[in-house]
Write a new protein. Structure first.
Length: 547
């Protein structure tokens, strides 16, 4: 081995390159500097490649890069040996270097031939860009979906917090109400029991008449509290019953004013009335409507200080009667105004409040008005600016005296003898055969010509073909309900029956059902089971046979 290395660097028989030929100094140093520069570059390039390969573990085909490192370094080392030969003629060593370079070069060629097919199957730059763009878009979609999920989660958390807050508020209102009702019931009860004991014991200095008045007055207060609770229970459960009849709202208002006037005078509040449209009639329960007006007036007097004024106004506006109760009292704060008709809600629920009561009066007002197909609203400019309560009820287009007499006849013997329905063509629409037959038999007995339909589609065809004088329709029917039917009828021209008078006869008897029926186009709403006299009276009214 030592002999081989000795021979490798043996320079005998070879002169230095300076002595081979006639080298000028410039020409020789040009070769030397060029070879050294090439060696420097050929050393730097493989060093950079080697650093890159070692740092990037995921680079494809690292073996070919290491071969390039060896090949470039070998080529550079050959140039260094060429520069050395100018002084030391190590031609044998130079031959070995060239041989090694040749081996590494062909190894690189073979490796390139092996990997070229694999490289050809790799995606091109355009494809990589497309895939990269798709990946970027997918990431954006994922980020958007994640952001939407976060927003939904935030919304759910907000809803949950609001629901929890509502539940806590409901619990708080319930506790406040129980405390309030205990206080409101015990206060008159204390006076009743106290004076009852004084009278039983014949306590000296107790005026018997005065004691009885105190007991009576507080007994009425307690009875009113209990009645309000029962009314609210009936309203919530849907069991409140209205004795509907044509009613003059002006007469109802006057009766309520007479009831409230003594309380207003005692407190020093001026009670004024501006009642127009005295003959206008609404279809409603006179006792319940009086309760509405009484509650509004009592509430206004309660919150109006001494020297203030409460005004009740009644006027007709288009197809409605409007009743306004305007006071110059404490007013309603803007943040409480949306809740003024809520059950058990009071602007001041604390035990230090100046005004008693359960907070049910206005809620009862709103519920009763809606049961009559009307609306109740409240407005106020704010604290100490007074308040206005508005009740709007639909006007009934019929003589109150006439229809009252008809209703009285119907209740007395189950028949309405004065009615003449001969020649009146009535279209009865109901998907229940028994219900259709019942109405048909009743109307035929009074001379009506009755045609029937079991669906809204059939009824619409009969309206255009038969031109009935009156339409009686159920609401809850399959496929197309009574609301859609009346809308379709009202969309017809007058010649095709678009203005046919119509009544909804339905088991949907809630206030919102009545309101929706009237707003859809029916003239009136009858709740099943229908009184025979009331049905005949409505048909006669719609047909113009009331005299």
């Amino acid at each position: 081995m030592l002999e081989f290395l000795g021979n490798l660097f043996n320079t005998s028989g070879f002169p230095p390159r300076w002595h081979c030929g006639s080298w000028s100094a410039g020409h020789g140093w040009l070769h030397i500097v060029s070879d050294v520069a090439i060696f420097g570059a050929y050393v730097a390039i493989p060093c950079v490649l080697a650093f890159f390969v070692m740092r990037r573990k995921d680079i494809p085909f690292p073996r070919i890069l290491w071969l390039f490192v060896a090949f470039i370094f070998a080529c550079g080392f050959g140039h260094l040996v060429e520069a050395i030969i100018f002084w030391q003629p190590v031609y044998r060593f130079a031959g070995v270097v060239k041989f090694v370079t040749a081996v590494v070069s062909w190894g690189t060629v073979i490796a390139l031939v092996q990997i070229v097919p694999q490289v050809l199957h790799l995606p091109g730059l355009a494809r990589l860009n497309t895939e990269l763009q798709k990946e970027v878009e997918e990431r954006k979609r994922a980020e958007l979906a994640l952001r939407e999920s976060e927003e939904q989660l935030a919304g759910l958390l907000t809803s949950e917090r609001e629901a929890r807050s509502d539940a806590e508020r409901a619990n708080r209102i319930k506790d406040e109400f129980l405390s309030m009702i205990s206080h409101e019931l015990r206060t008159p009860l204390n006076a009743i029991l106290g004076y009852a004991q004084l009278l039983r014991l014949n306590a000296p200095g107790v005026d018997t008449a005065e004691g009885l008045q105190v007991i009576e007055r507080n007994g009425k207060v307690q009875a009113q509290i209990i009645e309000d609770l029962l009314d609210m229970s009936r309203i919530v459960s849907g069991k409140i019953r209205l004795d509907v009849a044509p009613t003059k709202l002006a007469d109802v208002a006057r009766a309520a004013i007479d009831t409230v006037k003594p309380e207003a005078e005692t407190k020093g509040v001026s009670l004024r009335a501006d009642i127009d449209a005295s003959e206008a009639v609404v279809l409603g329960d006179g006792r319940r409507l009086q309760q509405v007006v009484w509650n509004l007036l009592t509430n206004a007097v309660k919150f109006t200080p001494k020297g203030g004024t409460v005004t009740i106004e009644i006027g007709r506006h288009a197809e409605h009667l409007e009743l306004r109760v305007v006071d110059t009292g404490e007013g309603i704060a803007a943040d409480f105004l949306p809740y003024v008709f809520d059950r058990f809600r009071q602007a001041d629920p604390s035990i230090t409040r100046r005004h008693g009561g359960l907070g049910l009066g206005l809620s009862i007002v709103k519920s009763l008005v809606e049961l009559h197909g009307g609306v109740a609203e409240a407005t106020s400019e704010g604290k100490s600016q007074g308040s206005t309560f508005l009740v709007r009820l639909p006007v009934l287009h019929v003589s109150a005296d006439r229809l009252s007499a008809m209703a009285k006849d119907a209740k007395s013997d189950g028949r309405v003898e004065a009615l003449d329905l001969s020649g009146v063509k009535v279209l009865v629409v109901d998907d229940e055969p028994d219900a259709r037959n019942l109405v048909r038999e009743l109307l035929v007995g009074y001379g009506s010509e009755v045609i029937t339909a079991n669906s809204a589609r059939e009824a619409l065809t009969l309206v255009t073909q038969q031109k009935p004088d009156v339409l009686l329709s159920d609401i809850g029917m399959p496929e197309t309900d009574g609301f859609e039917l009346i809308r379709a009828v009202r969309a017809l021209s007058e010649a095709d029956g678009g203005k046919t008078p119509a009544a909804a006869v339905t088991a949907l008897a809630r206030a919102e059902d009545r309101k929706k029926a009237l707003l859809s186009g029916y003239q009136t709403h009858l709740a099943k089971p229908v009184d025979a006299g009331e049905l005949l009276a409505v048909v006669a009214t719609l047909a113009g046979r009331t005299g």
